[in-house]
Design a protein around this ligand. Sequence first.
Ligand code: FE2
Ligand code: FE2
Length: 193
Amino acid sequence: MDTERNGEFLEILKKRLTPSRLYHSICVAEQAKRLAEKFGADAEKAYTAGLIHDIMRYEPPENMLKLIDGDGKYKLSELERKITVTLHAVAGEVYLRTVLGVADGEILSAVRYHTTGRENMSLLEKIIYVADLTSEDRDYPDVSEVRETAETSLDKAALRGLSFTIESNAQKNRPIHIDTVKAYNYLAERMEE
Ligand SMILES: [Fe+2]
Ligand SMILES: [Fe+2]
């Protein structure tokens, strides 16, 4: 079971990540586990997914593209090939599945969508997305408010993160990943009900 491989994953992460990114990964794992217990998801899967979500964070883009293309599961658009911040999530899924043999589809898709989100996210996907935003190591102006929101509504906390991503990219004239827009619209529509 992939959830019993945390020790092995940790050793790999120590080689692949900086100390602060490793600390971030552990904080996300802990926050994800806590949120899973609170919202009725599998806490062990949440911990493992949180631990490994950034496994490809420092891989050079050309290597990530080679890995993704070689695997063939994802056909990236030209734009997606250029949005390098989101590539590590896709490459992470491919690396975990093809190199480390992670087989749990829920863990894999939580890693896959942790940067962009997507329309109608699964509970575990939402938990990892929100845990990444609210882990103990995170430090941005509204973090305590987002943490508080996460205690009562994963949807509201996720929506906050999606809005922030859309706004900050638009302000810098940067492209916005279509999955982020779809994730935002999906949650925003339901928020009004
Ligand atoms: Fe990430
Ligand atoms: Fe992260």
